[in-house]
Every structure is written in C-alpha cells, then in structure tokens.
Design a protein around this ligand. Sequence first.
Ligand code: UGA
Length: 453
Amino acid sequence: MKITVFGCGYVGLTTAVGLAEMGNTVIGIDVDPQKVAMLKDGIVPFYEPGLQEMLLRQITEGRLSFYTDAKLGIESSEIVFSAVGTPPLKDHYADLSAVLNVAEQFKFYAEGEKVFINKSTVPIGTSDKILEIIQPKISLKNRFQVLSNPEFLREGTALKDFFEPDRIIIGTYGHDAGLRKLMKKLYRPMIERGVPLVFTDIRSAEVIKYASNAYLATRLSFVNELANFCETAGADIQSVRKGVGLDKRIGTHFFQPGIGFGGSCLPKDLNALIEMGKQSGFDFKVLDAAQKVNLQQPYRIIEAVKNVFPNLNGITFAIWGVAFKPGTDDLRDAPSLAIIHELLRQGAKLQVYDPVTIPKLRKIFEKKLSYSQDYYSPLQNASGLLILTEWEEFRNPDFGRMKSFMKEHYIFDGRNIFDREDVEKNDFSYYGIGSLSVQRKLKSKRSRVKLGL
Ligand code: UGA
C-alpha cells in the first residue's frame, strides 16, 4: 500500500518506519527541513532503541523516504496519516493548528479516493473539525474518508508497541464495509497475530485515547499515594503492591511507585481531559486528585533527604538517572527536573549521571550541575545518592566500590530498584519510596553518628 505520514516525531516516525517494515511504500512528511535532512541521511533525531537500524534498512530498501513537500505526500498515497504534534496551550487545551493544517492541505491536494487517518492525540470532536475542512471537496469523484486511529505506543519501547499492540482502535463515521476491509488489510500482520481490531464511532475512539492515559495516570497516583500511606503506617509498599497486585483484577503491571509520572503524554493528557470536562461543565474529581498527587510526589524524596540532612546547603549528592523513564532521552515533564531544581534552590551540590540525557541537561542547567560520563564518578565525596530513573545498568552496582567513593553512605531510591536488605548488608542506609520504618532508621542512625554513638 502507498502511505504518507505527516509528522516525524515519536509517533509519526515509528509509524512510518513500522509500516515500511510491513512492506508498504511510505513517505514521511515534516515541516522541519533540518529534521527531514537528518532522516534522509538515516539519522533518528531522538533516542529510541532499535529505530535507527530499522529506519536505515527501510531507506536502503527503497520503501521509506522523507520530504517537506505536503503536495507530493498527499498526491502519492491512498492513505494519509496525521501524526503531528498537539502541544498543550497555556490553558492545557491541545494546540490543534498542526493537525488542522494537514487537513487543509489534504483538502487542497487530494483527488480521487483517499483516507485521512488521525493518529495525533486530539480533543474530542477534532475529527468533526477535520471532516468539516475536507467536506466541501468530497464529491462522487473525490471520495474521502476520515478516521481516528489513536496510538498507544510508549517511548523506549515504541517499535515493540507498534508491532505488538494490545489493540487497534479505529473510529469511523458509520459502517462502511470497504473501509473496514482496507483497515484489515493495513493491519493484517498484527491481526494475524491475534491483536484485536476494534471499530467504534469516531468520538469514542478519541475518548479511548485520553481515557487510557488518564486511567494509567490515576493508577500511578493511587500507588504513589498508597506508598506514602505505607510510610505513615509503617508498612512496606513493595510487599503491599505484590499482595494487592496478585489479585488478577488489579495486577502488578504499571503499578510501581516512584517520584511521580512524567513524559510528554500522561501529564498532558490528564490535564487535557480535566480541562475538556470543565469546558463542558463536567467535573472529573478522580482525575483532579490524580493530578494533585502527582504534582506533590517528586517532593517526597526531598522530604526523605531532609529528614537526614535538614540543611542541604553545601552538601553534595550524586544523582543517577534524569530521563522521565528508561529507554528515552526525553526530559519533558520529568519529575526528576522538579527534584533537581528544588535541591539546587536549597543549596545542594549535584553530580549527575544519565546514560543519554547529559547533552540536554547541559542546555537546561549549564554549570549549575556537575556532569559525569559513568555512574561511579558522581559518587566522589557525595553524602548521598538519589536514584531518579531506573536504567537497567544501575541495578547491580559494586556497592563496595560505591562506598569507597562516597563521604557518607545514604541511598535515596526514587524508583525502588534495590532490595533494601541487599543494600543494608553492604552498610548503606537506604530509603525506598513507601517504607517509613527505614526512614526512621536513617534518621536515628545519623543522629547516633552525630552524637558519636
Ligand atoms: C504513555 C502511555 O503509556 C502510552 O500507552 C501512550 O501511547 C503514550 O503515553 C502516549 O500517549 O503517547 P509514555 O509517555 O511513553 O507512554 O510513558 P509510560 O511508560 O506510560 O510512563 C509514564 C510515566 O509513568 C513515566 O514517568 C514512568 O516513570 C512512570 N511510571 C510508569 C511509574 O512511575 N510507575 C510505573 O509502574 C510505570
């Protein structure tokens, strides 16, 4: 099939590369000439495991090409995807100008039979706006269809999620047998592997996207709040979440407490759904609470640090991991940034290591941080280590070596990657999210040290 994808960000580029890998001839269109030049050279402008290799292969095999020319993109293909950005505006509402601009260009250049599929996350009712733009050109000769096909891929595992989605949702305007056949053909490789293809009305498809991210966000705020409660109750969240999650209706997946959820999607989509509710006079109380919990969550680990070090001025800490999650160099809405800003504000000295975000961090923090190329260096003379992203490489460190570098031996594990007993056996004092008993121990141990006991 001949397919054009507008927008070469995480979603658009993964979609373009994935569809080419499935044997289609794909054109990627982006308004940014620099990005298009990089893509033509086979360079992915962001970090996403596996994408670079597949991109190169598809370009070399001639199934994938990139342009800035919208006319060429629309004229060449029977299916046109829009996967352009919908960044939040000041009022949290999504900026639709890029999506509507693709629709305008589609109206201008499309002839014959073509399908416009929206993949961008857009407020409910946007497909109607797209159709409104395109409608005047629809005729017996120009048979255009508008569909909504939300994307559920995650950064860091984008390709895997593209090829093995839990479901494919297609929102349509009414039942059209030809269109359903076309979608089944487009997604045949996935359908043959048992992935459900679900057809809905167009607004339901738009709601499904927001509802999925809002549910995930709420689930995380629930487990984070439960972890905070465990600290008060003297329980251990790791045992609690296992005990709770073994109920098949609940599950342990996507149920790990931490420093709060970040990234370009969960916080933005949660805000947007709350805002959409407000605009139609609907009060999303649960989502409001999920958002409030998440805004507070990054500061829990600072409280834990302050329980041990009441005055942070001049105290050196090492930081492992800053990306909003492993597998990405994305720092958008990363809770680690709020933590770093606050620690700096209180006068702490920070020595930071992250496997991929250092160039971006240098731009944000310039000389306010000290940057390291490996994860042992930032421990030099540090009084404590804060773990803010759970990169795999952090999971089995040489604790003896770590200790030899550090001035004092405190670990504040914002992602609960270590087993407390393991760490304590190595003579570190350990704080993990959701266990105050440890927190009390930390405090009393340092007071004992101070008193020379
Ligand atoms: C999210 C959704 O998971 C995707 O399904 C969706 O397609 C995507 O948004 C989008 O709308 O484009 P993503 O932003 O890549 O994907 O990241 P997630 O894996 O969902 O993680 C979000 C945040 O939750 C991260 O900060 C992560 O550290 C945190 N998290 C995740 C936890 O704190 N605990 C967990 O158990 C899981």
